[in-house]
Write a protein that binds this ligand. Structure first.
Ligand code: ACM
Ligand code: ZN
Length: 765
């Protein structure tokens, strides 16, 4: 069935390719992603002929499948293959030779009128030379050609990865193979396959049949975003798993494309599905059910039970037989310690080993598994929480919560893969447009992922050498289909590819985004409908010297113009052209559209401003907002006339983790005040809690305040408007106090951790 689908796919692609290439061929420059180290043009052109041959010089023909299927698809060409030199004037010659002294995976490519020569010191180098060639070919007038280029190229990082979660949603083997093709095309060499999690176990383990019959399935799946309550479910059983045969097939397919598959078997947390199958492995003994919604779950493998280790060892025995990678990913993230604290077996283990706390118990767990795998000549890699309680010798750290874990690990001379969620998580939104399909939260547009620099500036040069690479992660809670997953992956994965391969000084976003535009048809040829909204209108709002919101609009699309209206009317090509920042004087709905050659392109932009007495006025905060997503860097967002949205990723919310909020607004002069209001975000499933108490107070001198409002109970999910009309007061200063929920109570998501208090816009009338 899969074979038939693939044939149909290629036939379809061949049929579409002429049209696609016509667009692609309009590009004059050679646009290679990732940007090669050195590229020059010699003015010649190599044209493929039916007689064109490729001289493999010992490179396994398996490594040629990708290139060949591409030529077949685009131009119905099949290269003649020679293994020894044969006289043929129209040749592609691969030569394994380190005469250019390039590092592993580096290559030299020279295209002239009668030959294409790729020279590399390794087979992977030859392969990457061919991948560059795929991107450089043009199909026009039934002729396939390559411009005369000379490239010397090598990767910056040895580990260039993409992760894929198949627990939350599964994807067919042929989709995974297609994505592996794309990874190869963009010189990514590692496929991190996240095979187990709370919502489903996806790899066949023959000695543990209940992993197939129980852990591989969940009864139903959450509908919509987890922040929306009450949670709703689809009522449909969901699941399945990859057989060992399928996994081996994927491993081989990847190997033929110089990609290593690193399997991840999660432990000690994210284990609900496994516990559902084998409840004796949990601290309480269950019963457990495979999770049907997203989050972090308290039930984890019992660290005091020997059965846990014999189970995991049996699993790993089979895993290492399927996956030849040196690395085995053992997870290690988000393991709550609640059950261990209450479990006699776990506590007994801690006593016996004289462990000071549950973090050290986790460290023991990871060390024990690491030792087991070391006996099989494998190394472990784990998420940054494996630092807690002490890092296992030889472990590689995948730094996801931020860069701190990676920095610490590098300073301790451990290898590090950088994968900070704020920059390289592809489940985050790529656009703030209200019609953007639901995503995990956060905001990582193409430009932001491209801007990421994997080597933190605080590391010295010796420590920097421990940063082995960078990876983009595809968590699939909100990606139920292949189409949605591809929309989230592409083109952002291309940014990751360039960051991972290209020299730092070769990277330029304007050049990159031009290349991305020119590669959309190539992606389409591979059956990928990439997001093409990276050029849509984005904005920033500042406070002008006159104290008004000042709206700046921009687009990265060359030659395009932005037209706009500020009175809520629809934009046409006759509407005012945006040339400089717009001062927003009155409450207004701004509409804007992007036009290229008189034609509307991209989605329309819309933003509503509410002008009130506090707009543009100075705000003094008593506590500094917590780092990360909810620290806008200044207090302007609280008084810029813009209201934060329920997507909470719009940089309009100011957030405090566990801290109270106290702010004073100075209206500049004593005046009548009749209304005071503020917005809070109440999403317990995002660890965002309404305040315990809100107090508003007014003052004429900034010294003595009179309380005008107090409220202590708040209901409703989402944005809460806490406002009041007050008996006519005269005031210059307004003080807003909001008490943080503090610690998230038991039984709630994230219990025991700090609650976020998210605040936006003080509205004064
Ligand atoms: C992770 O994103 N929980 C590693
Ligand atoms: Zn236990």
């Amino acid at each position: 069935m899969i074979v038939i689908k693939r044939v149909v796919f290629y036939l379809l692609m061949a049929w579409c390719s002429v049209a696609a290439q016509a667009v692609y061929a309009q590009q004059t420059a050679v646009n290679i992603i990732p940007q090669p180290d050195h590229i020059a043009d010699n003015g010649q052109t190599f044209t493929f002929k039916p007689s064109t041959a490729i001289l493999l010089n010992g490179m396994p023909v398996n490594n040629l499948h990708f290139f060949n299927s591409y030529l077949k698809q685009v131009a119905n060409l099949r290269l003649k293959v020679y293994n020894r030199a044969a006289l043929n004037p129209n040749q592609i010659r691969l030569r394994l030779d380190n005469k250019f002294d390039l590092p592993a995976e580096g290559y030299h490519l020279k295209v002239t009128v009668d030959s294409i020569v790729i020279i590399a010191g390794s087979r992977s180098g030859l392969f990457y030379g061919l991948q560059t060639l795929v991107q450089a070919t043009r199909y026009k007038g039934k002729k396939l050609s390559v411009p005369g280029i000379e490239i010397k190229d090598k990767p910056r990082f040895s580990y260039r990865g993409m992760h894929l979660d198949v627990s939350r949603h599964m994807f067919p083997v042929n989709a995974i193979k297609k994505w592996i093709d794309l990874l190869a095309l963009y010189k990514i060499n590692t496929f991190h396959w996240h095979l187990t999690d709370d919502q489903g176990w996806r790899i066949e383990i023959k000695s543990m049949p209940r992993l197939q019959t129980v852990a591989a399935y969940r009864n139903e799946t959450l509908i919509g975003h987890k922040k929306e309550v009450p949670h709703q479910f689809d009522g449909k059983r969901y699941g399945g798993y990859y057989t060992q045969q399928e996994a081996r097939d994927i491993v081989q397919y990847a190997k033929d494309r110089h990609i290593t598959v690193v399997p991840e078997i999660e432990m000690p947390g994210h284990a609900t599905a496994a516990l559902a199958a084998y409840p004796a492995l949990g601290c309480t003994g269950g019963p457990y059910a495979t999770a049907t919604y997203w989050g972090v779950f308290n039930d984890v493998y019992c660290a005091g039970n020997e059965q846990t280790f014999s189970f995991l060892e049996k699993v790993l025995d089979e895993v290492v037989e399927i996956f030849p990678s040196e690395y085995i990913h053992i997870g290690g993230d988000e393991c709550p310690k609640d059950r261990w604290k209450a479990c006699p077996k776990c506590q007994q283990r801690m006593k016996e080993l004289q462990l000071g706390n549950e973090h050290e118990l986790q460290s023991y767990f990871i060390k024990r598994i690491s030792n087991y795998l070391a006996g099989k000549k494998r190394r472990i890699i784990g998420w940054d929480e494996i630092l807690e309680g002490g890092l296992t010798p030889g472990a590689t750290v995948m730094s996801w919560t931020g860069e701190e874990g990676g920095i610490k690990a590098a300073q301790q001379q451990h290898d590090v893969i950088m994968t900070p969620e704020k920059y390289v998580y592809l489940d985050y939104y790529q656009s703030l447009h209200p019609t953007e399909p639901v995503a995990a939260g956060g905001y990582t547009p193409l430009k932001k992922i491209y801007s990421y620099e994997p080597v933190p500036a605080v590391l010295n040069s010796q420590e920097s050498n421990f940063i082995k690479g960078v990876q983009a992660n595809v968590w699939t809670e909100y990606m139920p289909t292949v189409i949605k997953a591809e929309y989230m992956m592409f083109p952002r994965l291309l940014a990751l590819a360039e960051m991972a391969w290209s020299a730092k000084e070769e990277r330029s976003y304007p050049k990159f985004v031009n290349k991305v535009r020119s590669q959309l048809p190539l992606l389409k040829q591979f059956g990928i409908k990439a997001a093409d909204n990276f050029d849509e209108i984005t904005d920033t709002v500042e406070i002008s010297a006159g104290g008004l919101p000042m709206l700046k609009l921009r687009s990265t699309l060359p030659g395009a113009s932005i037209h706009y209206t500020t009175n809520g009317t629809a934009v046409t090509s006759g509407s005012e052209v945006y040339t400089s920042p717009v001062n927003i004087k009155n409450t207004a709905k701004v509409n804007a559209s992007l036009f290229l050659n008189g034609k509307r392109v991209q989605r329309n932009y819309q933003k509503s401003f509410t002008i009130h007495k506090a707009v543009g006025k100075p705000v003094t905060l008593q506590s500094v907002p917590s780092g990360g997503s909810y620290n806008p860097g200044n207090t302007n967002i609280l008084v810029n006339g813009l209201f934060g949205t329920d997507r909470y990723n719009d940089n309009q919310w100011l957030g405090l983790s566990g801290q109270d909020f106290l702010a004073v607004i100075d209206l500049g002069a004593v005046q009548a005040v009749r209304q005071i209001g503020t917005h809070f975000l109440n999403y317990h499933w995002q660890k965002m809690w309404a305040p315990q108490k809100v107090v508003y107070a007014v003052s004429t001198d900034g010294k003595s305040y009179r309380q005008v409002f107090e409220q202590s109970h708040f209901t409703g999910n989402g944005i809460l408007t806490i406002g009041t009309s007050i008996p006519s007061a005269r005031a210059r200063y307004i003080k807003i106090t909001a008490t943080n929920q503090g610690i998230i109570p038991a039984g709630e998501y994230g219990a025991g951790g700090k609650a976020w208090l998210l605040v936006d816009e003080f509205i004064v009338n």
